[in-house]
Ligand binder design. Structure first.
Ligand SMILES: *Cc1c(COP(=O)(O)O)cnc(C)c1O
Length: 858
């Protein structure tokens, strides 16, 4: 019989063991090895059986065992020590506390979070990044409050059918059986966040707090009894359901998330966030809710409220393909935000305007969440240098008239949380032997590195065998058929890992392009290779499931099954095993569709070497000696031929370089050249790929300036926001009257290096004053089509007003290079409250070609 309700009965711990609860409820254990050791000591066998989930451990440990521990003085001493260590960790000042004038708090919104395998609220890189962001914030003392949704079925868990087809399971989670506590009003009742829906319906949610070290993570959960059945299901699963469902999830995350933060701050006294960070477009409605608040509470107009919130909003985009952008039909937005439903007091046309694709070839029927993100955030970034450029191209239409590299989208390359992803043995080795941390890794003793690598490879091989056996049992194999599994894989064979989600651009099956060649690689008698593969296809992606089946069918073959395995149910726990144990981390996406990619960073920190297409982070930091770059045939129109070429390059690299170097041993059995590369990887990539570098970048270049800008806007009852909104309106209205009439130079008669040109421009400013606009000369190298390449901009000085109301601007251009050189002049809006001069998308350029002159300098 099926139960009609399920719940988890919490263990009542004996008094002396109470601090265990404190330790379990703070997710710091997910990256703190001593605490994990303590949990193991509670019951080592059970610890393995519950797959390192401490809440399950405490739920299942026997009362006898608890009684014994409560009388075990050595255990109690350790417990006291670890609990005190946690309290110190939570209160001692850290890096952020040394900054002056930094935001009092930062809200971070993300649709998914990967914090530990025991909290399956993530599907891939986006969620893992969000989890690493919060953990790092905790370590560095950055006062972030995280906001997300609690999905009752999380993301699915994966198994295989006999035929190798992906099967999905959605085991329900019970928040009471997770390290979560409900947010309660001072009177004890659970907090309710409510969103009004059309036709008198409501979407209610309760709020769970997951404590991630110092950082509270608020998770909204619509599975409450006061909701109708449809509303209850809003947070049923991650990335499931149709368009309406997705919109409701995003409303709950954005709008409900802001309300959850308000409740949290009111109840706990936590300072209100000054900066709001939108991790991917899905959370974008948070800006809209903050506009609504300011209209209702501060009496601002829509435009004024927009300026007030925009200054303090940061938007990170993660999607390098237009098809991947989150869009809704406009009618749907109208339905949920129109009338006086949710948006009472906010004109729906202005809401719709935020997500309108106003650029050429934009679709006028959709509401685009990324475009809304850009309009609601004064600061926008991609997640690697290459992805920043791709984003400038994708969204450049919003700033038509400017060169691509001036489109105000920057980048901060992702990083990974070392304590989560790096094997303890490797962390210890670096801490013990490398003075100066990662950067000092060149000095690590090679024998020691090799010893650690062997330990990690061996651990991976054992874990993979266990998983393989379990998977075959699930697929219906009898125990007697599985004796081969004991000898599958080898802890001394070159081990290549390939694990990731399975969208088509990641090309899971590229390695199968030439099956015979792959087979020969695996079975090479002198230099064998083994490959471990894992990945989930989105449940609706039949194509992805076919790719998995192709791989599984190949790996099922008797001749190769000991050298190539597919391990089902890729999650953080399996990910940790793989990035720690593999010698080589392979990645072959279709460039430039991998926005960043982070799994290769995790491998690098463990002393693995990357073998990858130059995409995402690898395009930026591959230096010729820290791994291998698979040549990409991007730009080739023929996708099939491109696959063939790139696969051939991949095989060749493995055959002629990777495996040769791995098996090239000296008299003491060490692969010297290999270990040189490992050391160079640790030293060159280590300091860059760690998330402390990432969070420092976010704090210094985005959070701190955004916090300052938000304060300027809010000061004096939002006088700054009112003034900026008024100014923008005036400038936009007057801009058609801004004209560059005439440009002339002197000093260019016989141009040579070291000379200076004097540039003069006659400009009409219409209704604007010289304070409202800057006149700039742009100069530098020009290409064959007379386009300035990476021009330098320099402001010209306003010297006089001529008789017919035009203004004369003058400045100098240094001729600092030989060859083709050119210059031009432009007028752009100027205001100290803008983050960049391109922000408004307004520019006036000389109309006739005489404004541009080029010459050949010697
Ligand atoms: C790191 C990680 C990812 C993201 O890796 P990519 O290189 O971006 O594919 C996805 N899933 C899990 C479980 C991870 O640990």
């Amino acid at each position: 019989m099926k139960a009609i309700r399920r719940f988890t009965v919490r263990t009542v711990l004996p008094e002396p063991l109470r601090p265990l609860e404190e330790l379990v409820l703070n997710l710091r254990w997910s990256w703190h090895h001593e605490t994990l050791d303590l949990f193991r000591a509670v019951d080592p066998e059970l610890w393995e059986a519950v797959r390192h989930d401490p809440v399950k451990l405490l739920g299942e440990v026997s009362p006898d065992r608890l009684a014994a521990l409560a009388a075990d003085r050595k255990f109690l001493r350790r417990l006291r020590h670890d609990a005190e260590d946690l309290r110190d960790y939570l209160t001692a000042p850290r890096w952020y506390q040394s900054l002056a004038d930094a935001p009092a708090a930062i809200a971070y919104f993300s649709p998914e979070y990967g914090i530990t395998a025991a909290l399956p609220q993530y599907s891939g890189g986006l969620g893992i990044l969000a989890g690493d962001h919060l953990k790092t914030a905790s370590d560095m003392g950055v006062p972030i409050v995280g906001v997300g949704l609690l999905y009752r079925h999380g993301y699915f868990s994966q198994s295989l059918s006999r035929e190798g087809w992906q099967l999905e399971h959605y085991p329900p989670i019970d928040p009471n059986g997770l390290p979560l506590t409900p947010l309660r009003e001072p009177g004890g009742s659970p907090v309710r966040v409510t969103i009004n829906l059309p036709e008198g319906r409501h979407l209610n949610a309760q709020v769970w707090v997951a404590q991630v070290g110092r950082v509270p993570l608020l998770l909204l959960d619509s599975d409450v009894e006061d909701n109708d059945p449809a509303a209850r299901d809003v947070t049923d699963r991650l990335y499931g359901g149709g368009t309406d469902h997705r919109l409701l999830q995003e409303m709950l995350l954005g709008v409900g998330g802001v309300r959850a933060i308000r409740a949290y701050c009111r109840i706990t006294g936590h300072p209100a966030p000054e900066v709001f960070h939108t991790n991917e477009g899905h959370a974008g409605f948070l800006g809209f809710e903050r506009i609504r608040e300011l209209i209702a509470e501060a009496g601002l107009s829509f435009d004024e409220a927009l300026e007030a919130i925009r200054a303090g909003t940061v938007f990170t985009t993660h999607t390098p393909v237009p098809a991947g952008i989150d869009r809704f039909p406009r009618e749907l937005i109208h339905k949920y935000f129109g009338g006086d439903v949710e948006a009472a007091g906010v004109p729906v046309d202005q809401v719709l305007g935020l997500g309108a694709e106003t650029y050429e070839d934009g679709d006028r029927t959709v509401f685009n969440m990324a475009v809304m993100g850009m309009r609601l955030a004064q600061r926008v970034n991609g997640v690697s240098e290459l992805h920043g450029r791709v984003s400038q191209e994708m969204f450049g239409g919003l700033w038509g008239g400017f060169d691509l590299d001036e489109v105000p989208i920057g980048f901060i390359t992702n990083g990974v949380h070392a304590d989560t992803w790096v094997a303890r043995e490797m962390l210890d080795l670096v801490a013990r032997s490398a003075r100066g941390g990662w950067a000092g890794a060149e000095a690590l003793p090679e024998g020691e590195i090799w010893r650690v690598r062997r330990v990690l490879r061996d651990r991976l091989v054992r874990d993979a065998r266990r998983r393989l056996r379990e998977s075959w049992r699930q697929r219906g194999a009898a125990e007697a058929e599985l004796t081969w599994v004991d000898d599958a894989l080898d802890p001394d064979v070159l081990t290549i890992g390939f694990a990731r989600r399975v969208p088509s651009y990641k090309r899971l099956t590229l390695m199968l392009r030439d099956p015979e060649r792959l087979r020969a690689l695996l079975l090479d008698p002198e230099r064998p290779v083994q490959i471990l593969i894992a990945g989930k296809a989105h449940p609706a992606d039949e194509g992805g499931k076919r790719l998995i089946q192709e791989i599984v069918r190949f790996a099922d073959r008797e001749g190769v099954r000991h050298r190539i395995v597919f391990l089902p149910d890729y999650d953080m726990a399996l990910g940790q095993m793989l990035v720690q144990g593999c010698d080589v981390w392979m990645n072959n996406p279709l460039r430039p569709l991998e926005a960043c990619g982070t799994s290769g960073m995790k491998a690098a920190l463990n002393g693995g070497l990357n073998l990858s297409i130059r995409d995402g982070w690898w395009d930026e930091w591959y230096d010729g000696q820290n791994g291998w770059a698979i040549p990409s045939a991007d730009g080739l129109g023929d996708a099939d031929r491109r696959d063939t070429l790139e696969a051939a390059a991949l095989y060749e690299l493995i055959e002629d370089h990777v495996s040769v170097m791995f098996y090239d041993r000296d008299s003491s059995g060490l692969p010297r050249r290999w270990l040189e590369m490992v050391k160079h990887t640790l030293a060159s990539l280590g300091p860059k790929v760690v998330s402390t570098r990432m969070l420092r970048d976010y704090t210094e270049t985005l959070y701190a300036p955004a916090g300052r800008a938000a304060r300027v806007m809010a000061a004096d009852s939002y006088a700054g926001a009112r003034a900026l909104a008024e100014w923008k309106q005036r400038v936009a209205k007057s801009w058609p009257g801004v004209v560059v009439d005439h440009v002339e130079t002197s000093g260019a008669e016989s141009p040579e290096v070291g000379a200076r040109l004097t540039v003069q421009a006659l400009v009409q400013l219409g209704d604007l004053s010289p304070d409202d606009a800057a006149v700039e000369v742009a100069y530098g190298r020009v290409d064959e089509s007379d386009t300035l390449v990476e021009p330098v901009y320099r402001e010209l000085v306003d010297v006089e007003t001529t008789e017919n109301g035009r203004r004369r601007y003058v400045g100098e251009v240094p001729l600092d290079r030989t060859g083709a050189f050119g210059y031009s002049v432009r007028v752009v809006p100027r205001n100290p409250l803008l983050a960049s001069r391109t922000e408004l998308g307004l520019v006036a350029l000389p109309s006739a070609p005489h404004g541009m002159t080029t010459g050949d300098l010697r």
